[in-house]
Design a protein around this ligand. Structure first.
Ligand code: PMP
Length: 451
């Protein structure tokens, strides 16, 4: 660890603390001992101001599937940028982008662009409430849908305590949080016919850290259809990553509205709501003064469908439309998961690795009561969201730091996102980093062996 220079990062942090609220631009960018400041990236690697090289499993918070500086994406942005960065008018690329999304995403008969995943869930909830003339929204404990006031609670342990100061009135706003495993409560609540919407993170809570109970999406589809509730799939992570049409295409379950962002915009800022034409019609103007003033859902946004985001988004979606980069990323992630599984077995660790598509997560059991009951590796896996999302912060932060010092940058928690850009050498380097990290965590007593 001694040969991991951080002097320049430390100097940037000192300046950042004087000019940035909280010293960082996003709550996940805090890092021990200092945040890293990245200068450039190529493919599956990136470099910081001190010259440290990382195998990158953050992938722009999972916004990149093709990797850093993909040549076709860079060329598309270069071509667009000289034509003008921003018009405030609609433009031809906007329509091309919308058509691609409608082609790829089963539920998207129409699409409306926004600037982030947070804006996408905000707009989807507004549409659902307008469409149903109801206020209540069901969301699930542990699921993340961005940081606006309606959804920012309920995703972090303990799920029933506020996540942020300055956010109140979940009940007055009609937000109801249920465990995604409690199908009886979900069905009983929906049966009252009071819900405008159900919103679900289709990967399972926090990009799959707590996987969904089997059959949940199908059950939600059935119950929401019966009760006139709008079903919203949050595919901000899964869209264009799990398949060209997201989880809905894989599962064969079509929601009424879909929230998209991240890969959608090819590494530029962007998001979208796609959905059924009868709901998306709420944006329409008819020329009737009464309707146009009082009968619509309003939506503004200076940078919606910005030309550069559209250019990068189109260049990305065109490449992944046939599914081959997705398959490449999935294959590489499967290799990474099996290398980590082999290391956990080699060191006899009470932990397991899991994840779908191009994602992975690692769980270390630290609960003394459970550890005492674990006789073999088969006893380790759990599907309890409270455990999967509740590992001790000191362990998670130490694990992230050890991996970073060994040349691997993760996404959040204990996991990461891969892209079609990752190479067998990246997996080899990362495997060595996981090996040294697991050894150190065992030495330090932060994780345990089986038995
Ligand atoms: N929904 C999900 C499932 C997400 O993972 C995220 C971001 N990680 C968001 C919404 C919010 O997206 P953004 O950060 O673009 O606002």
């Amino acid at each position: 660890m001694a040969d991991f220079p951080l002097d320049k990062s430390r100097a940037f942090q000192a300046r950042a603390n004087q000019s940035l609220g909280g010293g960082v631009g996003h709550d996940l960018r805090y890092a021990e001992p200092v945040p890293i400041y990245i200068t450039h990236g190529r493919g599956g690697r990136k470099w910081d101001v001190d010259g440290n090289e990382y195998v990158d499993f953050l992938m722009g918070n999972a916004a990149l599937l093709l990797g850093h500086a993909d040549p076709a994406v860079v060329a598309a942005i270069e071509q667009a940028v000289v034509e003008g960065t921003h018009f405030g008018n609609d433009h031809p690329r906007h329509i091309d982008w919308a058509e691609l999304v409608c082609q790829l995403v089963p539920s998207a008969e129409r699409v409306r662009f926004v600037n982030s995943g947070t804006e996408a869930t905000l707009l989807a909830l507004r549409l659902a409430r307008a469409f149903t003339s109801r206020q209540k929204v069901m969301r699930f404990a542990g699921h993340f849908h961005g940081w606006h006031d309606d959804v920012v609670h309920g995703f972090e342990m303990p799920f029933d305590r506020p996540v942020s100061l300055g956010v109140s009135g979940n009940e007055e706003r009609g937000m109801v949080t249920l465990p995604d495993s409690d199908s009886q409560a979900i069905q009983a609540e929906l049966a009252g016919g009071e819900y405008a919407a159900v919103i679900v993170e289709v990967t399972g809570a926090s990009w799959g850290r707590a996987p969904l109970p089997p059959g949940l999406l199908e059950m939600l589809r059935e119950e929401t259809r019966l009760n006139g509730t709008v079903l919203i799939f949050d595919e901000v992570i899964a869209g264009f990553r799990f398949s060209p049409g997201g989880v809905q295409q894989l599962a064969g379950v079509t929601p009424d509205l879909t929230c998209l962002a991240k890969i959608l915009a090819g590494g530029m800022p962007g998001g979208a709501v796609g959905g059924a034409a009868d709901i998306m019609r709420l944006f329409d103007k008819t020329g009737d003064a009464e309707h146009d003033r009082f009968g619509r859902v309003v939506h503004f946004g200076t940078f919606n469908a910005s030309p550069l985001s559209a250019a990068a988004g189109i260049a990305t979606l065109e490449q992944l439309a046939d599914g081959s980069p997705i398959q490449q990323a999935n294959d590489r992630a499967a290799e990474m998961r099996s290398e980590i599984a082999a290391l956990l077995e080699k060191h006899d660790v009470a932990g397991f690795v899991y994840g779908e598509a191009s994602l992975f997560h690692v769980y270390f059991e630290t609960d003394p009561k459970r550890l005492a009951d674990i006789g073999s590796a088969a006893d380790v896996p759990t599907n309890e969201p409270g455990r999967l999302k509740g590992m001790p912060p000191v362990l998670v932060s130490r694990y992230q730091k050890l991996l970073r010092y060994a040349g691997v940058d993760l996404m959040s928690g204990t996991g990461g996102a891969l892209g079609s850009c990752h190479t067998p050498e990246d997996i080899q380097l990362a495997t060595a980093a996981f090996d040294s990290t697991i050894r150190a965590l065992l030495d330090e007593g932060l994780i345990s062996q089986i038995g």
